[in-house]
Design a binder for this molecule. Sequence first.
Ligand code: SF4
Ligand code: SF4
Length: 123
Amino acid sequence: MLNEKMSRRGFLSSALAGISFLALTFLGCGKKKEEPAVQPETPEMTEEQKKEYVFSNCICKKCPSYVECNEKAGYCLVGKSECIKEKKGCICPDCPVTKKMNLKWGYYCIDGSAMDMMKAEQM
Ligand code: SF4
Ligand code: SF4
């Protein structure tokens, strides 16, 4: 969850770093390669490993809004779901990805990726 005591400048810097991570990771999403789950403390991760980190740590499947439809979650990275259309609660604030990436939004499955959220705020 967003630390409300964080200074705006510090937060934006952290958020930008997180979003850059997601953007760079997203660019590598077309590649299919099986790799083991990566621990957050791993000092240097490849883009493929970062993508795996998001997918491995995503908790969307425990969310009341989640709809099983044979798609990969990690909506903060991949953007809107083809299946989830109804907001019944969002547990993104409890997800380790939110903390690691300093994300501040939610409902990525319906509203779009973290990158989309950031772009919308800048308009
Ligand atoms: S922040 Fe939300 S969408 Fe992103 S990995 Fe975590 S639970 Fe999934
Ligand atoms: S993005 Fe948020 S609302 Fe959507 S399934 Fe994941 S936790 Fe639930």
